[in-house]
Each structure stands twice: as structure tokens, then as C-alpha cells.
Design a protein around this ligand. Structure first.
Ligand code: SF4
Length: 273
């Protein structure tokens, strides 16, 4: 649903000055979608070069991939992390290779306290700065402008405003970014290259753990005592925002606890649309 359509949707709004605030009504939310930015498009030569680099790095270790990326792109290189196991492992490796890479978390205002605490622990443990990048409006104002929590009625729009807009703003300053995605996490991620062009955000995307399994990631985390989110020990294999994440039962897919009851499976950071 577009923002324009959404603005026509009747809703209850306790802070609204429209008549009949206790009955469903419509008004235009204060939240408007920023214009879609022009993103850089690579030429065929650059795309071919990226493909060659990706194939050449297919058998490389994550540390070798990180080193290649740092030599090629730092200081125009960044990393977004929600402190999942893969993000924590990459951070632990990056701390030894180039701790000055700009690391940030998309601080939606809906994260678990355990996740925010982990950010502090990771920063202290590895001596790295990890910036909380926040949306323009705090949660209270965002919800007041939209007649309540948008994650219940329009989770795609909520992710767009609380994550994608912020990510776009940060990535516009960089030439390449790291992601912690693995190919076996979801169908969207199955063909993720080690190095590729991110059409959505207009920069190079490097996924050092693309061909690793969950078991391999966790073995390294345990062997090297990398800090991780305690929620993983409480039935949450994948941790997103608190309202949109539930624990999973034995045998369920690792991302089954994200946006349960909706068709949504991704927040949009790693999809092409
Ligand atoms: Fe909103 Fe849920 Fe997306 Fe977080 S995960 S931004 S709460 S819809």
C-alpha cells in the first residue's frame, strides 16, 4: 500500500484534533515518504569486475574477504548490524583488521533491550564505536502521527520508515557495505554473491559469510567467545524488533519467528525491490 493510500485509511487517533477522536476517521499523517533518491548505477565493466572478484573470493575465508574489502574501499566502507550471530562474528573479525570502519545499528525504537545492551557490550569488548542511527521521529511521535503502532497494520511501511529511510541516508555516504546474510537463511538470500552490486542502495555489497552455515557461524562464536544476544538462548534464533519477533519451536525455520501471521519475511534491507 502506498503512503498516499495509507493516509486515507480510517483510524483511531487519541492525539488528533479531528472531530470524533474516539471513532475511526482519516487524516494525513505527518509521516511522508521522502522522494526516492537517484542511486548510482555501475557500468557493465564494473559489474563484470565485481562478478570476477566475487567468484575469486568464493573459497576465501571471511577474514580474507574483509581484508580485501578494507583495502579496496575503506574509509568509504560501512556495516549495518542488528547484532545477529553473523553480525557479531563479522564485527569480531573486523576489530582485528580495521576497527575504524563505520559500524551502525538501525535503532528503530522497537528493539529489545537485550539488543541495545549487546551493542554496548560489543563496543566495549572490541574497542569499536557502534553508532545508533535513528529515524527522524521518536516512536511516540511516529505512532501519534499514524494513529497508533504501524507495525500492526502496515509492517512494510513501518520497516520502510524506521529502517530503509535511515539506511538510505547513511549508505549514501559510502561506496560499499558489509552484510551478515547467509544464502541458506531464506529464498531471497539464496543467490547472494560474496561481492555484488546493491541495486536498491547503489553501492557495492559484501557478504563475507554468504556461503557459511548457521552451525559454522555458531561454532566460531562459541570457540572464540564472541559476545552474542542472550535471546538466542531463549528460543529466538533470529532477533528483530520486539513487536515483530517471537521465539520459535523446535524444528521451525530460524526466521519463522519474524513477522508471524503475516506474509512478510524480510524488512527490505536485503531485497532488490
Ligand atoms: Fe516496525 Fe516491526 Fe519493521 Fe521493526 S520489524 S521496523 S517494529 S515493522
Amino acid at each position: 500500500m502506498s503512503i498516499a493510500t495509507m493516509s486515507q485509511k480510517p483510524h483511531h487517533c487519541s492525539g488528533c484534533s479531528a472531530s470524533g477522536k474516539d471513532s475511526p476517521h482519516s487524516h494525513t499523517p505527518a509521516i511522508t515518504a521522502p522522494p526516492k533518491p537517484q542511486v548510482r548505477e555501475p557500468d557493465a565493466e564494473e559489474l563484470e569486475w565485481l562478478q570476477q572478484q566475487s567468484l575469486a573470493l568464493e573459497d576465501a575465508s571471511p577474514e580474507e574477504i574483509l581484508t580485501w574489502a578494507v583495502e579496496k574501499y575503506h574509509p568509504k566502507l560501512t556495516m549495518a548490524t542488528a547484532f545477529g550471530p553473523e553480525g557479531c562474528l563479522i564485527l569480531s573479525m573486523l576489530a582485528k583488521i580495521e576497527p575504524e570502519v563505520y559500524i551502525f545499528n538501525l535503532d528503530t525504537g522497537y528493539q529489545f533491550q537485550e539488543t541495545l545492551d549487546l551493542r554496548d557490550r560489543m563496543a566495549a569488548h572490541y574497542g569499536m564505536e557502534i553508532v545508533l542511527e535513528q529515524p527522524e521521529l521518536p516512536v511516540e511521535q511516529f505512532e501519534a502521527a499514524n494513529g497508533g503502532p504501524m507495525y500492526q497494520s502496515e509492517p512494510d511501511q513501518c520497516c520502510f520508515h524506521r529502517k530503509i529511510v535511515v539506511l538510505r541516508r547513511v549508505l549514501a555516504e559510502y561506496d560499499a557495505w558489509f552484510s551478515g546474510i547467509r544464502r541458506d537463511q531464506s529464498p531471497y538470500r539464496a543467490n547472494a554473491p560474496i561481492v555484488g552490486w546493491d541495486k536498491k542502495f547503489g553501492l557495492v555489497k559484501i557478504s563475507p559469510l554468504a556461503n557459511w552455515t548457521k552451525e559454522r557461524v555458531w561454532k566460531r562464536i562459541v570457540d572464540e567467545k564472541v559476545p552474542y544476544n542472550p535471546l538466542h538462548d531463549q528460543g529466538y534464533p533470529s532477533v528483530g524488533c520486539q513487536p515483530c519477533t517471537r521465539p520459535v519451536a523446535a524444528g521451525e525455520h530460524e526466521r519463522a519467528g519474524r513477522w508471524t501471521g503475516t506474509a512478510k519475511t524480510e524488512c527490505g534491507l536485503h531485497t532488490a525491490d
